[in-house]
Design a binder for this molecule. Structure first.
Ligand code: MLT
Length: 407
């Protein structure tokens, strides 16, 4: 028989959100009359903005005519989209990023999971705890995780984010080669200020580390001192790759489109000491393994940068942030200990009465018909916490809060 990748045996049986979905399905089958309110996986509920929908219709018409049909596109993405991103997301913010440093993909999750293709296998990896499980699971699949004891893999460096450090990652005691940072953070909903991020850039420059910066929730930033891009920090281009997504910004969780910024000054070295451009390697990797996001998705993403598109997506972001505000007020009023929901659509709450994360998950589901995500699924430090999203409708969010007040 064919031999399989042993590293999969080191992973938990199922991916966190698949396990949550399995339990919810089982509960719904047993309790068909319960109206479940989903605040678990960070999936959006508002439709795509009009500007993107209209662009998709036009793109579909292009595909229907020999004269305007698009087959394989450039693996790096169409320049109509890369130029817009460089202009709106970077240059207008005073950040010197050019279109050829931007690679369009089908979402941040894939690129985050794939980026290690171009890095040496034996690089050591640091993640925060709690953490978006994709960073850990993909490193375990790639053989960098090592044995799992409890919630931790012995080959990974964990940086706790908890109440003691205000949920802000502090520099590690042991030097990693690669550091995953996510701000605004999934799952805690907290965000790093310019000063906090600067410490990491200085550390990475001094210690020759690479930062993989997940910025999928950037459009939810409301605080002035929270940077929208890691490249707002001086010196970041030499040490950081940035991952962005249209999923949460513009409701593309189903359409699929995101991008990764690999600055041309970012360099690594091979085992013989030759200096190699990461931009060149990522391009090589993408050309081999990826045929680009679809033309229709990229036209939809381009429309997000039109004047009406920008207005429409910000209305949706504010819609969700109104939910977050309502949740913060209501949960704090009910005596829950919470963080997040200011620069992020996530609220991170302490479970009541010393319940474990899964106990509270089960309690919320069976008692109130509400789905959250158990904090322990994001790491050992998440035990005793639960994450709620603000991505539902106003009505469902309000109803969930009323149900939770009933105890
Ligand atoms: C989450 O709920 O953490 C996210 O939806 C997962 C993702 O973006 O892949």
């Amino acid at each position: 028989m064919i031999r399989v990748n042993d590293n999969f045996g080191l992973l938990p049986e199922s991916y966190l959100f698949s396990e949550v979905a399995r339990r919810v399905k089982e509960f719904q089958e047993k309790n068909p009359d319960v109206k479940i309110i989903r605040m678990g996986i960070g999936d959006v509920t508002r439709p795509l903005c009009r500007a993107s929908v209209e662009a998709m219709h036009r793109a579909a018409d292009d595909e229907a005519d020999t004269a305007t049909f698009h087959g394989y596109g450039p693996e790096q993405g169409y320049s109509f989209l890369r130029d817009k991103i460089a202009d709106f997301d970077y240059q207008r913010r005073g950040i010197d990023i050019s279109a050829d440093e931007i690679f369009i993909g089908d979402g941040a999750k894939s690129d985050l999971g794939n980026f290690f293709d171009i890095l040496a296998q034996d690089n050591t990896v640091a993640v925060t705890d709690p953490v978006y499980p994709v960073y850990v699971d993909t490193n375990v699949m790639g053989g960098r995780g090592g044995k799992r004891t409890g919630e931790h893999h012995e080959g990974i460096i964990y940086i706790p984010i908890n109440k003691d450090n205000d949920y802000i990652p502090q520099l590690p005691g042991v030097r990693p080669d690669v550091i995953y940072l996510c701000s605004p953070n999934n799952p805690t909903g907290t965000a790093m200020t310019r000063g906090e991020l600067r410490k990491w850039i200085e550390y990475a420059r001094k210690e020759n580390c690479l930062i993989l910066f997940d910025s999928a929730y950037e459009s939810y930033i409301h605080s002035d001192d929270v940077p929208h891009s890691i490249y707002e920090i001086e010196g970041a281009k030499e040490v950081a790759v940035e991952f962005r997504s249209f999923s949460k910004t513009a409701g593309f969780t189903g359409v699929r489109c995101g991008y990764t910024v690999v600055p041309s000054v970012l360099k690594g070295k091979d085992s013989e000491g030759n200096v190699i451009s990461l931009n060149r390697l990522w391009n090589r990797r993408q050309c081999t393994k990826f045929n680009g996001a679809s033309y229709i998705s990229q036209r939809a993403a381009e429309a997000v940068y039109s004047p009406e598109g920008r207005k429409q997506i910000m209305e949706t972001v504010e819609y969700y942030m109104e939910n977050a505000r309502m949740m913060r007020e209501s949960l704090a009023g009910a005596g829950y200990e919470i963080v997040g929901g200011i620069d992020s659509p996530y609220i991170w709450m302490k479970t009541p009465d010393g319940m474990s994360s899964w106990e509270f998950f089960d309690f919320l589901l069976s008692r109130h018909g509400i789905v959250g995500t158990p904090g322990s699924g994001f790491g050992a430090e998440g035990e005793g916490y639960l994450r709620l999203t603000a991505f539902n409708t106003h009505e469902a969010t309000e109803e969930a809060m009323q149900r939770m007040h009933k105890k």
